[in-house]
Design a protein around this ligand. Structure first.
Ligand code: UDP
Length: 237
């Protein structure tokens, strides 16, 4: 199914799909990293959990009419996606203040953001993924002003759809990060992954953290928490 390794990131390996022009195989790793890779640990089973969860989330988005690079889950740890040229922006949507925005701008923890707040970060490990504004984004990528507005609008629409999805399994979507990529025909689509590595999810009743903050803050068992997310998602899909 897969041919040569194109790229290895912190959480995934990317291979060219054998005999399938324009398609890639994403292979989810067991590694968890935080603090831009300074904290790292491997958890047997994490790759499978994120692959399963991200596959369910992208399938749900597809049902709701949101285009993405996702084609299908191939096996436990791998999925088939369309090859895109990743736009080097991390688009973060926040429904509540926590994490970096509380430290950077002094928002009180759990301040609600309504309408939700959208932030752009430059995807660049050497620079520690700095927060940027629209003008920076236009100069640091090949997107146009119009495309940037569409990306931000899409991110907010995806937020609404995901909030609804997670609400049905008693999770609050606190914030999350999206990445977008360009297909060969120039269209921009949602790419990368959507999982507890990239979303903050709190239990609706207890507000217990059920995402990578468990690892970042050393406050629980990452595998147990991710398994619980998958179980809840499977129960409704
Ligand atoms: N996030 C991510 N990858 C990154 C940075 C952030 O997936 O490289 C996600 C993170 O899991 C959270 C949201 O984006 O759901 C906002 O993260 P924040 O800016 O608060 O950064 P952090 O506090 O995690 O450093």
């Amino acid at each position: 199914m897969k041919a040569e390794l194109l790229y290895e990131g912190k959480a995934k390996k990317v291979y060219r799909a054998a005999d399938e022009e324009g398609k890639l195989v994403l292979s989810y790793k067991n590694d968890a990293t935080a603090l831009n890779g300074k904290k790292k640990e491997s958890f047997t089973g994490k790759g499978r959990l994120n692959n399963e969860i991200s596959s369910l989330v992208f399938s749900y988005l597809k049902k709701k009419g949101i285009a993405s690079h996702f084609i299908k889950k191939l096996n436990d740890k791998e999925q088939l996606v369309y090859e895109t040229n990743i736009i080097p922006l991390e688009v973060v949507v926040r429904n509540m203040a926590t994490g970096s925005i509380t430290k950077r701008l002094g928002f009180t923890e759990k301040t609600p953001f309504q309408p939700p707040l959208v932030e752009l970060f430059y995807k660049n490990d050497e620079l520690d993924d700095p927060l940027i504004n629209d003008d920076h984004a236009l100069r640091l990528s090949d997107i146009s002003q119009d495309e940037l507005q569409v990306i931000k609008k899409d991110a907010l629409m995806i937020n609404t759809v995901l909030q609804e999805m997670f609400q049905t399994i008693n999770l609050i979507l606190v914030d999350f990060k999206l990445e977008f990529g360009r297909l060969p025909d120039g269209t921009i689509v949602l790419s990368d992954e959507i999982s507890p590595d990239t979303c903050r999810l709190w239990d609706r009743h207890t507000q217990v953290k059920m995402d990578k903050d468990v690892f970042r803050q050393g406050i629980g068992d990452l595998l147990d928490v991710y398994e619980e997310i998958l179980n809840r998602l499977e129960a409704t899909s």
